[in-house]
Design a protein around this ligand. Structure first.
Ligand code: PLP
Length: 417
């Protein structure tokens, strides 16, 4: 059988785990909780994990499994687990690896909920998040000790748009026998091959571009099978029995089941459809971002524009190395005050005021007053989240329409016009 090489071909032609009795070309939505067994013996084998059948949809479900298989195809992962949200993916991984008294080395440039998860939620369970500058290798090295269970990074941070050298960080983590976990939501698998940069576990919010245009909430844990779990105190006993499958065994037979954050079959169906057009949509959104960034720079009211795809960005080279010609579809830009940001946002007609990213529609938000509103001004300052900054997530519209909307919103806005 011909094995397709192209990203989209592989996604679209991922075989079902089992042939469909009606030869349907889409995996049907199995919207049921439980499955019938042929015999008590089969039931016993299934519960022991020795018979690959479905028992209960919180544990596995055919529609969800098909979505996982497609992700596995496109990432060359060893195991993939789909969950109810990106936050569920992150919390499952951290609760799997950490226990009280251990620590995680991470930057304070993080997606807002992830930051609070690290800074507060896990602290209540005796797990320490060691915030440090991940662009400073020495700082990372110094923070890792015998109790470190993970180094965690985002492929492009939001809203700072910082890009760290992932292969370098992976090298440091591995030198210290620690797994490297990356949230690659902003650089989907068609542009970023996490496995090639030493990432051991990849977490993705499939709510974003995978869902096909903000159709549903979902998350993914992508396990590349590249970490030697005998080096993890917690997983070493399982590593003896299961080798590279130790992480997945602990996840599927304990953590994921017990935390219960499974993806619904209907969301899995929508996200499988979304995957089929991921490459087409994402390439278009990035093209729009590449076009809008220099355009915004020409506008006198705009004080600065940040995008790793701009040649004057300090992350241009490392972005190119890691994400090729597709350094994300999100940019930030600054006015001189919060009032100016608000006036501009209020005048937009086509661009939507929304907190999501990577929808098919272009979205704008003022991060300081929204996502980061619970933080003190001093904390925001330390996280490099400023009152003068707007974030723009590019959709797949015709770029000239977006420019027209921006130009009309700028009319009559303060000075410089
Ligand atoms: C949206 C997002 C998350 C959280 O995902 P949900 O699906 O909303 O739970 C985590 N990390 C990044 C980078 C995100 O953009």
């Amino acid at each position: 059988m011909l094995k397709p090489k192209g990203f989209t071909s592989r996604v679209i032609h991922t075989p079902f785990a089992k042939d469909d009795v009606n030869r349907a070309l889409h995996q049907p939505i199995y919207s049921n909780a439980a499955f019938d067994f042929e015999s008590a013996e089969n039931m016993e084998l299934a519960f022991q994990g020795r018979l690959p059948v479905h028992a209960y949809s919180r544990i596995t479900n055919p529609t969800v499994e098909n979505f996982e298989l497609r992700i596995k195809q496109m990432t060359d992962a060893l195991n993939v687990t789909a969950l109810s949200s990106g936050m569920a993916a992150i919390s499952n991984v951290i609760f799997l690896l950490a226990s009280s008294g251990t620590n995680i080395v991470v930057s304070n440039h993080l997606f807002g909920n992830t930051y609070v998860f690290f800074n507060s939620t896990i602290r209540d369970f005796g797990i320490e998040a060691r915030f440090c500058d991940l662009t400073d290798s020495e700082a990372v090295r110094k923070n890792i000790d015998g109790k470190t269970v993970a180094v965690f990074a985002e492929s492009i941070t939001n809203p700072q748009l910082e890009v760290v050298d992932l292969a370098l960080l992976a090298g440091i983590a591995h030198e210290k026998n620690v797994p490297f976990i990356v949230d690659s939501t902003l650089t989907p698998p068609n542009v970023f091959r996490a496995k090639d940069f030493g990432v051991n576990i990849d977490v993705i919010s499939s709510t974003k571009c995978i869902s096909g245009g903000a159709t549903s909430i979902g998350g993914l844990i992508v396990d590349y099978g590249t970490f030697d779990w005998s080096k993890s105190t917690k997983l070493a006993p399982l590593a003896k029995r299961f080798g590279p499958f130790a992480f997945n065994y602990k996840l599927r037979r304990e953590i994921f089941r017990n935390l219960g954050a499974c993806l619904s079959p209907f969301a899995a169906y929508l996200q499988s459809l979304g995957l089929e057009t991921l490459q087409l949509r994402f390439e278009k959104a990035v093209e729009n971002c590449r076009e809008l960034a220099p355009f915004l720079k020409t506008l006198p009211q705009v004080k600065s524009v940040h995008y790793p795809g701009l040649k004057d960005s300090k992350y241009y080279e490392i972005s190119k190395k890691q994400f090729g010609n597709y350094p994300g579809a999100m940019l930030t830009f600054d006015f001189t005050s919060k009032e100016e940001c608000f006036a501009f946002v209020n005048k937009l007609e086509l661009i939507k005021r929304a907190t999501n990213v990577y929808d098919n529609k272009t979205l704008v938000i003022h991060p300081a007053s929204t996502i980061y509103c619970d933080f003190s001004p001093a904390d925001r300052e330390s996280m490099h989240v400023y009152d003068t900054t707007l974030r723009l997530s590019l959709g797949i519209e015709y770029a000239e329409d977006l420019k027209d909307d921006i130009l009309q919103a700028l009319e009559g806005l303060g000075h410089g016009a």
